[in-house]
Design a protein around this ligand. Structure first.
Ligand code: GLC
Length: 577
């Protein structure tokens, strides 16, 4: 009897443990970034919309996505891909209505998908009511933005800008307002004036925005341009520090508390966009020195910023270990290989590496972020003409120099099928569809077993395994180009082996701390792999053709028996309780 009681308690504790891991829904989530403008158009105006996203929810669930991260769909002047917001709590008519967004929340949640929104606190559109009021110095709004008289000129005329700081999109980051006779600061385009986040009233207004969307059902927020939220208050020509100023961390701490206070039962997450901070600065976004929580997921762009086509396996190992070993205790890792600001991974790193890199993204510890279209290996559209160019960063350049600056290349419509405009729109697409869509589209990949998409789906399924979700990692460079790592949790282990190079490599993959079973089988293989799923591999002499990538599964029969027994017992307990 005592034995049975003990067993029941043990089983219940195990169940609770599993449950509490599940409650932290974000800790090993597969997050998928959707740029609404380019995902799916349902009205025929050539621009993606909220109903388009709703129509693809089943696709996302079927693909194994846990969370959708939506780039801005708020009222905007559309100068910067909707990142110039003129009303934070209205839906831009380009995308639909508030009712559509409510429907999206309801339907996504019913299907078990979490929804994260893009919160843009660094700047508004110059058409935002706050800016319009600030420019004419309306009571209460005077200091909502960063205004400066500039330096008096000896001769008559407009003052000189406060300093020579340059905006991200070219030209001075100060624009003269003839109306207010002062300069306003903008880190990005002149149509995106920076909010004055040192002003308490501004923070309060932004908190109202957060509350508004939390009430609608948001599960968290990407926080745009966080590194740039504050500027050197003295506006020194060469400031001590230009990004990630101390006030930024305090504000993130405040917003974290705001979210935690709002929702006691379920985490609402903060995902600050930290552009290219030194590792220590990046880590500071997780937690303060005295242990106060900050963001759960400061974006980690290191795989993008620090690796390129020429990187060797040792480079990958170094970058991954540098990040993982810097994480504060208990912090959750996250990984990006693409976003609306970067060239597509298939183009940046080479089309042949897409499978290996998707395997990497989905099997490293923590959260994976997938940019829409990367699941089918979409590539940059390098031939967008000057006339078709929409990205402000490119438009601010000229006909001869816009191309390398343009982010449009990675923002083209999702390639759904081979019909006209890739099934994205029945109208004229706002950006030209990548010409390769006829061969490379979701429908054609779905019609075969061996495709980037099939692999991706297999990976999202595999990631749900506790070993990938919570397991340890041991990384090795097995050859010049062969990166390998063992993921281990409890008695289960997987070995990921990726040849990043264009040459064959024969490697010894038997030297990990976790001893893999000699009869370990291949669980997943890249589309071009010569290895077969289910094949038993010889770990001490593993033959990898160029760009080969495989996941080897070591799941001892002993573990299997224990777990099956546990499952049976849990069912019995359930019946009796
Ligand atoms: C962020 C966004 C980028 C945008 C900029 C200004 O960096 O990712 O797309 O242009 O902020 O909002």
């Amino acid at each position: 009897m005592v034995l049975i009681k003990g067993l029941v308690i043990f089983i219940l504790c195990t169940a609770l443990l599993v449950q509490s891991e599940k409650d932290d829904w974000w800790k090993s989530a597969t997050i998928y970034q959707i740029a609404p403008l380019s995902f799916k158009d349902t009205t025929g105006d050539g621009k993606g919309d909220i109903q388009g996203i709703i129509s693809k929810l089943d696709y996302l669930v079927d693909t194994g996505i846990d969370v959708i991260l939506l780039s801005p769909f708020f009222q905007s002047n559309m100068v910067d891909f909707a990142y110039d917001i003129s009303n934070y709590i209205e839906v831009d008519s380009t995308f639909g209505t508030m009712k559509d967004v409510e429907e999206l929340f309801t339907k996504a949640k019913a299907k078990g998908l979490k929804v994260i929104l893009d919160f843009v606190p660094n700047h508004t559109s110059n058409k935002h009511e706050w800016f319009i009021k600030s420019e004419v110095e309306t009571d209460g709004y005077k200091d909502f933005y960063i205004w400066h008289d500039g330096h008096k000129q000896i001769n008559e005329g407009r003052n000189l800008p406060p300093n020579s700081w340059q905006s991200e999109y070219g030209g001075s980051s100060w624009t003269w307002s003839p109306m207010r006779e002062a300069y306003y600061y903008h880190k990005f385009a002149k149509e995106q004036p920076d909010l004055n986040l040192g002003e308490e009233l501004v923070i309060q207004k932004l908190n109202e925005v957060l509350k508004f969307w939390l009430d609608k059902g948001a599960d968290g927020f990407r926080v745009d341009a966080v590194s740039q939220l504050f500027e050197d208050p003295a506006f020194l020509e060469v400031p001590d520090k230009a990004n990630d100023l101390p006030q930024t961390y305090e504000l993130i701490e405040r917003w974290r508390k705001f979210l935690d206070d709002y929702s006691k039962n379920e985490s609402k997450i903060l995902i600050p966009q930290v552009w290219n901070a030194p590792i220590d600065d990046l880590m500071r976004y997780y937690v303060s020195e005295d242990g106060t929580p900050r963001a759960q997921v400061p974006m980690n762009f290191m795989l993008i910023n620090e690796l390129n086509k020429d990187s060797t396996a040792s480079d990958y190992k170094r970058v991954i270990e540098k990040y993982l070993s810097s994480l504060p205790t208990g912090a959750i890792a996250n990984w990006f290989l693409g976003s609306h600001d970067h060239n597509r991974v298939a183009s940046r790193m080479g089309r042949d590496r897409i499978d290996g890199l998707m395997i990497l993204l989905q099997t490293l510890p923590g959260i994976s972020f997938t940019y829409y279209g990367d699941e089918i290996g979409m590539e940059d559209h390098m031939d967008i003409s000057w006339d078709d160019t929409k990205d402000i960063q490119a438009c601010n350049a000229d006909k001869d120099s816009y191309q390398p600056l343009s982010r449009d290349v990675a923002r083209t419509p999702f390639q759904w099928d081979k019909s006209e405009n890739s099934g994205f729109t029945s109208g004229k697409s706002w950006l030209p569809v990548h010409p390769g869509y006829v061969e490379n589209n979701l429908e054609s990949q779905m019609s075969v077993n061996n495709s980037h998409y099939a692999l991706f789906k297999e990976l999202t399924k595999l990631r749900k395994n506790s070993t990938f979700a919570f397991g340890d990692i041991e990384i090795k460079a097995l050859g010049n180009n062969t990166l390998a790592y063992a993921r281990t949790y409890d008695q289960s282990s997987f070995l990921v082996v990726i040849n990043l190079g264009n040459a064959t490599e024969d490697v010894d993959a038997s030297q990990f701390k976790v001893k893999l079973n000699e009869r370990s089988k291949i669980r997943v293989a890249a589309t071009n792999s010569k290895h077969e799923i289910g094949e038993i591999v010889n770990l001490s002499n593993l033959h990898l053709t160029p760009y080969d990538a495989i996941i080897i599964d070591y799941y001892s029969s002993a573990t299997k028996v224990t777990l099956s027994l546990l499952a049976v017992m849990m069912i019995i307990v359930k019946i009796f309780l």
